[in-house]
Write a protein that binds this ligand. Structure first.
Ligand code: G6P
Length: 368
């Protein structure tokens, strides 16, 4: 039953382990052989997909991080300009809306006050339409948006969002692929995305086995007061999400940087008391990331690399290396999220904080 912890010590751990099933449920009935089934969006949305020329995304917290990943996907794969903003800023400024822009509001609960207000504001701004990506079918956001795409993560009880985030990413990659499809982008890319999405539940299951190794390094981490998270490209928002998770449940101050920005300030903080976590898939930016990591090592920083087993990272003294299986580029941000969730969970356990109900935070912020 989704409302009890079963064999798990915390809802958060249970929800981390539910991700293979949550992803499979979200994808059920949405994929064809080598294309996505755009009819899932409903007849009105399906016919208007090809009119979309611009995307604006609004959300809060973890859902905002999902939007940031989607921007990399949408601009690269669908060729459409995309902007992403936290709902609390968006709702109070004068937004310039180009013709034929789709507004996407992302929310686990569909009841977050700022996100709902952003949607209501957007409805007065001449958008082509609004789309809610949401985990609660009967929520206010879903009722008020023109179109909907539901994540099927099931109830999420832990305040720190886990399975809702990865299923949001799945929905957003699906949406990117739908937009690529109606814009006649490379069919090989579309079919590769479909294949990668289908293989995702199994891959995610495999990555959960890293938990044992992560548990071993949690103790050293728990005595630290600060941490840096680094990533590049779509893995930069994944680093942001990793830092947010650590802050939320272990109360360790963590910040994420795009790895290329390290030399513009945060490098001054690096010493042996500053663990640096890097997200290092085997992509076109790996070499660049590697030289960023050497800068950290040269300053005595403790490096923890979550890296592709095929990545040739310079493995100097003082680095801890955790290998992930090779994954197709599009789904890589989803896969690399899991070890970061586990890291924050294991560190919080060592610290003895209230994992499922962190101090000062609410699962759903329904007042401003
Ligand atoms: C709260 C929760 C976060 C969540 C954010 C947005 O701050 O603690 O985990 O990411 O709200 O919630 P939503 O339901 O809109 O995704």
């Amino acid at each position: 039953h989704s409302l009890d912890k079963g064999e798990y010590r915390h809802f958060m751990l249970k929800e981390i382990h539910e991700q293979p099933a949550a992803i499979a449920n979200t994808l059920e009935g949405t994929l064809g052989e080598d294309h996505v089934l755009t009819a899932v969006l409903g007849p009105e949305a399906e016919t208007r997909l090809k009119d979309i020329q611009n995307i604006h995304i609004v959300a809060c917290g973890t859902s905002y991080h999902a939007g940031l990943v989607a921007r990399y996907w949408i601009e690269e794969q669908a060729g459409l300009p995309c902007q992403v903003e936290v709902a609390s800023e968006y709702r109070y400024r004068q937004v310039a809306v180009p013709a034929n822009t789709l507004l996407i509001a992302i929310s686990q609960s569909g009841e977050t006050a700022d996100t709902l207000a952003a949607l209501r504001y957007a409805k007065q701004q001449g958008y082509l339409a609004s789309l809610a990506i949401c985990n609660v079918a009967g929520s206010s956001l879903v009722r008020e948006a023109d179109w909907r795409l539901l994540t099927k993560a099931g109830p999420e009880i832990g305040v720190a969002s886990t399975k809702a985030f990865t299923t949001q990413l799945v929905a957003l990659l699906w949406m990117t692929t739908a937009l690529a499809q109606v814009n006649d982008r490379a069919p090989e890319m579309i079919s590769a995305n479909v294949r990668a999405l289908k293989g995702l539940p199994r891959l995610v299951e495999k990555v959960l086995h890293l938990d044992q190794h992560i548990e071993e390094l949690a103790a050293t981490f728990a005595s630290k007061h600060h941490a840096l998270f680094l990533g590049r490209g779509p893995h930069y928002p994944i680093a942001m999400e990793g830092a947010l998770k650590l802050k939320e449940i272990s109360y360790i101050h963590a910040e994420a940087y795009a790895a290329g920005e390290l030399k513009h300030g945060p490098l001054a903080l690096v010493d042996e008391n500053m663990p640096v976590v890097s997200v290092a898939p085997s992509d076109s930016l790996l070499e660049k990331l590697n030289s960023n990591l050497q800068e950290v090592r040269a300053r005595g920083g403790q490096l923890i690399n979550f890296a592709c087993e095929r990545a040739e990272l310079d493995n100097g003294e003082g680095s801890i290396h955790l290998s992930l299986p090779w994954v197709y580029e599009s789904v890589s941000p989803i896969v690399y999220t899991l070890p970061l969730q586990l890291l924050s969970y294991r560190v919080a356990l060592v610290k003895g904080t209230d994992v499922d109900k962190p101090r000062n935070l609410a699962k759903s912020v329904t007042v401003e």
